[in-house]
Design a protein. Sequence first.
Length: 575
Amino acid sequence: MSTGAAIPKTRPSGSYAPASLAQRSSLLAAVLSQGLSINTLRHVVFVYFVHSHLLRAWRHVRAYGVTPSIYRLYLTLSRAVIALMLRIPALKRKVKTELDAAQAGIEAKLVVRPPPGLRVSETNHALPQHGKDRDWVIGALQELQRLETGKGAEEDGEQVWRSGRISGAVYHGGDEMSEVITQAIGRFILTNPLHPDVFPGVRRMESEVISMVLRMYNAPPTAAGTTTSGGTESILMACKAARDWGNARRIKRPELICSRSAHAAFHKAADYFGVKLIEVEVDRVSRKIRLEQVRRAMNGNTVLLVGSAPSFGEGIIDDIPGLAALAKRAGILCHVDCCLGSFLVPFLERAGQPSEPFDFRVDGVTSISCDTHKYGFAPKGSSVIMYRSKELRRFQYYVQPDWTGGVYASPSIAGSRPGALIAGTWAALMTMGDDGYTQSCAGIVGAARQIESAIRNEIPQLMVLGKPLVSVVAFASAGKVNIYEVGDHMSKKGWHLNGLATEPPAIHIACTRLTIPVVDDFISDLKASVKEARTRAAQPGAMAQLYGLGQTSIGPGLVGEMAARYIDALTTVAD
């Protein structure tokens, strides 16, 4: 008999060893426990999914109402169906052919080769082999500038914008002002505010510009601001600050509320920064943001309410006190977009014009954007974003403390910035002064009121939208004429007006100092254009075609595609 450890008996592979009753019960309990946990988790996920979607649907219906929500759903579905239909090869080819033809037309107007014999007649696709001398470059610049006359580079003529027949776009403070700004830009052409220790003069001018604008808008001593490259960046910064302010309060799905009349830059900001934008309607009579709908749209995710003073399209100052009161009651932020009002709305009362509350004197207003390059007559590319406190301003900053190049910090989107524009802005503000801006406001707003009065009293086929108080007058058809056809006839007479995709459809003029001497011409041409439009021209013009397309279900997609192609054409070089 061998010695050693006893070897346990083994069973053939795959055989089953019956367990005791206690073991089987324990195993069954464990399986059931695990099963219940998994099922419970599935139920929790399902309930959360349903609850979150129902909550979002309820908030949408509460904000927009039942009928508008159904209509929005219909538009979404119809556009989705049309998008699928456009994938059908034959239809896709047809649409592409039409879009290509339209793009060719755009490029034919924009990408124009100058006549032969000029310095600029040859297209520069690459750097010249040898650099040109100073006289050649200056001569070429003069030829390129003459192209703005619309009469060819060799012909003398007035630049198109000097005629005063352009809505907004060019905010000219006079030739003397332009000369002062040119001198300022020339002296600071190489400066960069990113290096304040190297350029202390620019740092001082920038801080003084911000301080002057804050004082204009009756900011409290705690207020602060920064300069930006324009109204869009100022709006972007206000929305970014609101998002980060909300994140600091654990709001992970921030929302902002604005009206349909608010500037498109708010949509751009929402898209850039991942903020949900809730768009509410304007009152059909006053054209102001509907406060009751704003109140219904507000919820625990709302971080920012937006008002305009005035709105870009219709020139209406929203009910800022009412909007700010809603924001303060909810403990959230309220931004006022004064980019278009800029150096007009602060001077309305002093210029003898009616006004409404809009600035930091309104309790609850937490930020304001103001464009110095509009009616402040500063060089293009300058604006100021203001906050009620330095703490709020910090939410717009970007700071990278552990970059290998050192600590990186910037107040706005740009890193390097042109100090020359800051110098030009400072020079413009110092040249105009309080009295200069008051007189400018009186003239510009007076021109707008003259146009408004003529439309209301002398052109019964048209109606003015709301009660504009600043420089913009928007007008629509009173039911007897196609307003876009009116715009087409005004274009034929040399006017460059803006078509508005509002309800009702409208066009507007934004008056500037250049508009003042041609107000009578505008009124006369508008009367004639209304008469001509009533003849129902067989072939509608560009404005009627574009906005007519935009009102269809298929329109927004194709209009968006054409807009993208237009931007493409801006950087196309002539062959």
